[in-house]
Design a protein around this ligand. Structure first.
Ligand SMILES: C[S@@+](CC[C@H](N)C(=O)[O-])C[C@H]1O[C@@H](n2cnc3c(N)ncnc32)[C@H](O)[C@@H]1O
Length: 205
């Protein structure tokens, strides 16, 4: 898709995610996505975490159980309904879910200890992504973590894999996009999901 998903525009894209939401969490769980999401935040021990494009908020559950406060933002009502179901009864951390666009985050500067994005930024075109990254850099106190399609130096990915990935994203991120908004990123570990997605840890410069 994503050439096609992006071509749908914000409304069409929201409709797509609403339609996809009932089976989304189950399907991505089958390919190991939840394990990678959990690994991304497994060492987080305190603070408030913002999850942009949170979808069904799988990432929230472990954090909340460890007493970490979680804020999830998504533009899709239906994804947020699934997220509300997922966080119900999880604690002692507090969960707050709200509908917002990640290119205009309704938060003051530097109010989150950590901002995470998993499977979202690759959906945006370069311009929207620059705005989203600027917003992410603005609202974090210092730390950002991504699980996104990344162009990496050591990559040796077959074309067919990128075509597979093209269903969700044909716009892998360049690390320079993070540097451009004042973040210092580094790719961590091996790539995931047929060699297409990577973990990126970034700090504010
Ligand atoms: C592939 S899902 C990823 C969900 C979750 N982060 C995960 O890893 O399972 C993409 C999510 O991003 C949301 N999204 C896409 N564009 C957005 C935007 N501009 N603002 C807020 N949410 C957006 C969609 O509604 C959808 O829930």
């Amino acid at each position: 898709m994503s050439a096609s998903l992006r071509a749908l525009g914000p409304r069409g894209s929201d409709r797509w995610w609403s339609l996809a939401s009932p089976g989304y969490d189950y399907t991505v769980g089958l390919v190991g996505w939840h394990r990678w999401q959990d690994a991304l935040v497994s060492d987080v021990a305190s603070g408030i975490v913002l999850d942009v494009g949170c979808g069904p908020a799988h990432l929230a559950q472990g954090l909340l159980r460890r007493g970490i406060d979680y804020v999830g933002v998504d533009r899709s009502h239906t994804m947020l309904a699934h997220a509300a179901h997922a966080v119900r009864g999880c604690g002692p951390g507090r969960a707050h879910l709200l509908r917002a666009d990640l290119t205009a985050l309704p938060f003051t500067d530097a109010c989150f200890d950590l901002v995470v994005s998993t499977g979202v930024l690759g959906l945006l075109d370069r311009r929207a992504r620059n705005t989203a990254l600027t917003e992410i850099a603005r609202v974090t106190k210092g730390e950002v973590r991504l699980l996104e399609p990344i162009v990496r130096g050591d990559q040796n990915v077959d074309r067919w894999r990128w075509r597979l990935l093209a269903f969700v994203s044909d716009q892998p991120l360049e690390l320079t996009e993070l540097q451009d908004v004042g973040l210092a990123p580094r790719v961590v570990g091996d790539s995931r999901f047929a060699g297409t997605y990577s973990f990126v840890l970034a700090t504010k410069k």
